[in-house]
Design a protein around this ligand. Sequence first.
Ligand code: FAD
Length: 446
Amino acid sequence: MSINSASVLQILGGGPGGLATAYYARKAGQEVILYEGASSTGGNARTLKLGDCLFDTGAHRLHDKIPDVTDEIRSLLGPDLLSVRAPSRIHLNGKRLRFPLSPTDLLRHLDWTTLGRIAIERARRRGRTDVTNFKDWAIGQYGETLARMLLLDYSEKLWGEDTSSLSATISGGRLRNLDLRAFLRSLLPGDDSRHLDGDFLYPKYGFGTIFDRVAESVGQSRIRCDSRITKLSHEQGRIQSIETNGQTLEAQDTLISTLPLTLMLQILDPEPPPSLLDIARSIRFRKLLLCVYCLKRSRFSENASIYFPDPEIPFTRLYESKNRSAFMAPEDQTAIVIELPCHETSRHWQMDENRLLQDVLTTLGEAGQIQSEEVLESAVYRLPFAYPILEVGIENRVRELVDYLERFANLHLLGRNATFRYLHTHDLFSQAKSLIGRISGTSDQG
Ligand SMILES: Cc1cc2nc3c(=O)[nH]c(=O)nc-3n(C[C@H](O)[C@H](O)[C@H](O)COP(=O)(O)OP(=O)(O)OC[C@H]3O[C@@H](n4cnc5c(N)ncnc54)[C@H](O)[C@@H]3O)c2cc1C
């Protein structure tokens, strides 16, 4: 199907996926209108302000993976896109290990018994190719001790699931940065592999600026914020109308949805078959609490992020925005953001926010004491759709839902939560570009 030049392309959701789609559509000369439920665009990748400090909604960075996407983003940000070198650390048993792991750090921080066990497991290790769950994959790759210490406890906190029920595919996605291959390779003489994790691109005033610039380029008049989509009516294999703010709008020839996959099923009218609604109910997203503290001190650490694999500590990661760009906070202040993954029923998700902020600071104590008088401002920020939980066998269930939705002649799905896949900004730009290329009949838009 190619876009009718007289019709307006409708985009649902104004996160990175929706904005990137609107951007490439405009480049292809298509008229667009984007509906966003929140009062501002950016979705899960925004930059917000607390007191005088800027912070991102989760530790974001731009992966320089697809050259033409990087060039596109560079063209939007110009000199405001910085090349950053800021290594991360792993906080383990009260120590901060370098990340990616360095052999000298491990030798320094682990006792000989543990090191011996790691070496024996490593020698006996057989990388299996038939594994389907993450636990077997991690143990097969790294041996029980190293896998448990660095990957399994961490992942169980992150997903809230036993790692034997998680798909092995998460190893190539969200946890790629905990890949230990670089470490194992670095034990070999003559290794010159780059420790890529500390090098990345980052906008001067926060990750969300990428999407602010995209929105500017699309034009604010084409973006409708505070427009939550509450119903999609369909007939004869086509979405006929969209309901937002009590208004019913006619659906156009091309509708691109970036809304969470499960929500799409729920707002269809008439309802999908009960078997599909059951599948939709079985698919879950992990939520994330962000505890943000603006501190009266110039630095908390020197690291981009600090990871916390210890199962006794409820949070997974701390990041300090100033270590990505010095422009994120005044010279004598710094902001730290602590990520605490949850289910809706989790104690932390339901906790009083002031108590939560206090408890997290107390737990942090050992990793970096903060005096209460240093805290200038603090706040909790919630991401209800932070991570799609990729359980073993999820692909088939997701496929059924996507296939059902994509049978509507004028509907396309794009985005991380819409397609239930681990996608990053570079993937979303790339997919938006090729989708617009396909539906507008222009294969290359430069
Ligand atoms: C902690 C964390 C760290 C991350 N780190 C990185 C990183 O380093 N680099 C990177 O590239 N990516 C990173 N990501 C991933 C990145 O944030 C996502 O890929 C991106 O936000 C997905 O964009 P999206 O448009 O698909 O979905 P979303 O960002 O979820 O946007 C969907 C939009 O739809 C809107 N919406 C929902 N329901 C409705 C409705 N009914 N009506 C209208 N609008 C609606 C939402 O308000 C939202 O604005 C990270 C994510 C998290 C959570």
